[in-house]
Design a binder for this molecule. Structure first.
Ligand code: ADP
Ligand code: MG
Length: 377
């Protein structure tokens, strides 16, 4: 790990966010808006290059893979360009020591988790936002895969009838005989019959397909309909360290089932203008479930996704989100990159598809942050 803040460069008492605003405003185009960053071994990489718009790319364009052996450290992204830093005020040393992250807060160090000697009982996390396209499924797959890489036993539950989580892990939902629907609706059905192993060691999947949409209707007349998933997951708790439920984009009965089963909620928010719309309704739903069905339920964090540090808009939205949710916002922020849509086509997580990419590093950091939050309790 290189010593950070080498030399006497300093910068004003502004967050790295402001630093970037400056860079973006000063620059005529994306080419010059880029700043050089250092990876953990001092190798210069460019994390912000490329936008898929056909603009000229450098060799690491669009969060592309780094050379073999160069593990990308997302923390390094917050290093200002050395030339620019040299023009700034002497507050830099402190800022670098405190490592201001993209959320504008000091970035804590999230330790690499140690190995586990035994597994379970599982912590259940619901990935939830009634808005579609905010990164729920992507975050479920990649947080799960990163936790599994750290030796945690992980079960992913596809709880969206669209089956995107299953597709994202290379499963064709149309070909499934048994899905989470059968597990929910058929008494005596054991989870082992439905479980699929994924290509990621330590990570299993409860797949789903359009059948699950019928459950929403059929559950209405069930006794204790809100806790159906909780009951179905109970026998699996001792086998896993983390169970992550990918919710559908609604606040209907399936989502309420996920919230009732869960210990924690992660809310992915796309860094776009309407990000905060509907979040009040979501937090209200979480509170209602907390009061009436599941007093253990907690909001673990808000995850900013599809963040583009080159746009003022993205930075402003992120600042608004932090203003609204404070410490609930994860320090880890997921950048926007075409690598994620690519992984869906490939049917595997980014941690294996593009192991050295910035996206993979971001989800590994998120896994460490989630683990750190769990251990802090
Ligand atoms: N960080 C990201 N950068 C770019 N595209 C992303 C990112 N995260 C997700 N996507 C893409 O955005 C779309 C919606 O993401 P998805 O995870 O399916 O959201 P949701 O499950 O909330 O509907 C998908 O095509 C996905 O590949
Ligand atoms: Mg989804």
């Amino acid at each position: 790990m290189p010593v950070r803040g080498q030399g006497s460069a300093g910068f004003e008492a502004v967050g790295s966010v402001a630093v970037r605003t400056f860079a973006a405003h000063q620059s005529p185009g994306p080419q010059t808006a880029r700043t050089a960053h250092q990876s953990m071994d001092g190798h210069h990489v460019n994390a912000m290059a490329g936008d898929g718009s056909g603009a000229p790319h450098n060799q690491f364009a669009d969060y592309d893979e780094l050379p073999e052996g160069h593990f990308y450290d997302p923390d390094a992204e917050y290093e200002p360009d050395p030339e620019y830093a040299a023009t700034l005020a002497p507050d830099a040393a402190r800022q670098r020591r405190e490592r201001i992250g993209p959320t504008g807060r000091p970035l804590p160090y999230f330790p690499i988790p140690g190995p586990l000697t035994d597994h379970g009982p599982a912590k259940i996390i619901a990935m939830c936002n009634q808005k579609g396209g905010v990164g729920k499924t992507t975050s479920t797959i990649n947080l799960g895969a990163a936790l599994a890489e750290y030796g945690r036993r992980v079960l992913l539950v596809d709880f969206d009838p669209q089956g995107a989580l299953s597709v994202g892990l290379g499963v064709n939902p149309m070909e499934l005989d048994l899905t989470v629907y059968n597990l929910l609706m058929e008494r005596g059905m054991s989870a082992d019959e439905v479980l699929l192993k994924t290509a990621v060691p330590n990570m299993d999947l409860l797949p789903s397909n359009i059948d699950l949409s019928a459950a929403e209707v059929q559950l209405v007349s069930e006794v204790a309909r809100e806790s159906t998933l909780q009951r179905a997951l109970k026998p699996l708790m001792s086998d896993y360290d983390y169970i992550v439920i990918d919710c559908q984009p609604s606040l209907g009965l399936l989502t309420v089932n996920a919230l009732t089963a869960a210990h924690k909620v992660i809310v992915p928010l796309e860094c776009e203008f309407f990000a905060l719309r509907g979040v009040a309704l979501l937090t209200e739903t979480i509170e209602k479930v907390q009061e009436r069905l599941n007093p253990e339920l907690e909001l673990d964090g808000i995850l900013a996704t599809m963040y583009d540090s080159r746009t003022v808009h993205s930075r402003e939205v992120l600042a608004r989100v932090v203003e609204a949710f404070d410490d609930h916002v994860y320090h880890t922020v997921i950048g926007r990159t075409v690598r994620f849509p690519e992984t869906t086509v490939a049917g595997e997580p980014i941690t294996t598809y593009a192991s050295n990419s910035v996206g993979a590093a971001a989800y590994r950091q998120l896994a460490r942050e989630v683990l750190a939050r769990c251990h802090a309790e």
